[in-house]
Design a protein around this ligand. Structure first.
Ligand code: DAH
Length: 339
């Protein structure tokens, strides 16, 4: 039996060397280790082995079984490694990656918002925010807008069942800020969404983006307002841009102005384009804030301020010559890839 085992061992190792693929290897495993395999057959002869050599024969049997099993495993690993090597042949893993594929870019609206914010922050304005679901007080009353003002109609403003509304402008953040600050000066900008029940067309969406500004302190003047906004629009549209202030009316500022910038149209006459609203904060606004605060920080006989508001969508459209505001929300890659 011992010599049978020895010759089976030699035979199996030769067969292992000869196995040329995984199928041959599996056949070999069944041939030796399977239920009807050669080694299995030999080990069933153990019961006839005389007791004095049983131990040696058993040890030899285990040795041969282990040798065959290990042999099969190591051949299997070798076959797998060869396969892996074949599948990556021609691949140089030291090559650098390919740049530029699928790299995104910022949406034109995001770009213009970043530019506007960074320009105004350089001038000392800090970011402020307020809720998009607002009270009538913050959106209208405190901003000196009378109850019968057309902007307050249900046909123009989205009202909630509880009497609150979706803010129609970011000017409500002026009130939110003045109600909560601890000291002067107040010098804030508030970019954010505004909502109106407009018919949607090339220049109107029911949700759009504004940027509000407010500067309040002792002795803030109309000259400060002009200087700040002229500088701002020249940063946006270029240093030679002409900026004009046209008298207008807003309930929350007095005096009020609309700001136009002069844009060069290639081959055509230059055009003045309305770009923002602004003015000196109406004392009635300070009085409304004083009612909530119950202190005199915003005493209108002591302080003045200027405010402005502009449409970021409109700014992006003018800057890039976009003729339909809906492009800004449709996420058409043919449009977006141009920026
Ligand atoms: N809230 C105005 C609007 O939505 C824009 C505006 C005008 C804001 C004048 C101001 C301002 O702060 O002083 O049309």
């Amino acid at each position: 039996m011992l010599s049978d085992l020895t010759s089976l061992h030699t035979e199996a190792l030769t067969a292992l060397d000869a196995a040329s693929d995984e199928t041959a290897l599996e056949a070999l495993r069944i041939d030796y280790l399977g239920k009807k395999g050669k080694l299995t057959a030999l080990s069933s002869g153990m019961k006839d082995v005389p007791p004095d050599i049983k131990k040696d024969v058993g040890a030899k049997l285990n040795e041969v079984r282990t040798a065959i099993t290990d042999g099969i495993t190591s051949r299997q690993l070798a076959f797998q490694a060869a396969k892996d090597a074949a599948s990556v042949s021609g691949l140089d893993i030291t090559l650098p990656g390919r740049p530029g594929q699928g790299t995104g870019s910022l949406h034109p609206l995001t770009q213009i918002r970043h530019l506007a914010i960074s320009t105004l922050r350089r001038m000392g304005f800090a970011l402020a925010e307020g809720p998009e679901i607002e009270t009538e007080w913050h959106c209208f009353d405190a901003l000196n807008t009378p109850a019968d003002h057309p902007a307050r109609n249900e046909s123009d403003t989205f009202y909630l069942n509880d009497g609150r509304l979706l803010r129609t402008h970011t000017s409500s953040v002026q009130i939110r800020t003045m109600e909560t600050v601890k000291q002067l000066p107040v010098r804030i900008i508030a970019p954010g969404a505004a909502y109106r029940r407009d018919e949607i067309d090339a220049t109107h969406l029911s949700v759009f983006n504004q940027l509000e500004g407010l500067y309040v302190d002792k002795d803030v003047s109309l000259a400060d307002l002009k200087g700040t906004l002229e500088y701002f629009f020249r940063e946006i549209f270029g240093p030679k841009t002409a900026v004009r202030f046209r008298p207008h009316f807003f309930p929350f500022t007095e005096p009020s102005f609309e700001i136009d910038v002069k844009l060069e149209a290639k081959g055509k006459e230059d055009r003045w384009i309305e770009i923002a609203g602004c003015g000196m904060v109406d004392p009635a606004v300070f009085e409304a804030v004083g009612q909530t605060r119950k202190d005199t920080l915003f005493d209108p006989t002591e302080i003045t301020g200027f405010a402005f508001g502009l449409g970021l969508d409109r700014l992006a459209m003018i800057l890039h010559g976009i003729t339909d505001i809906r492009h800004l929300i449709e996420n058409d890659l043919r449009f977006l890839r141009q920026f």
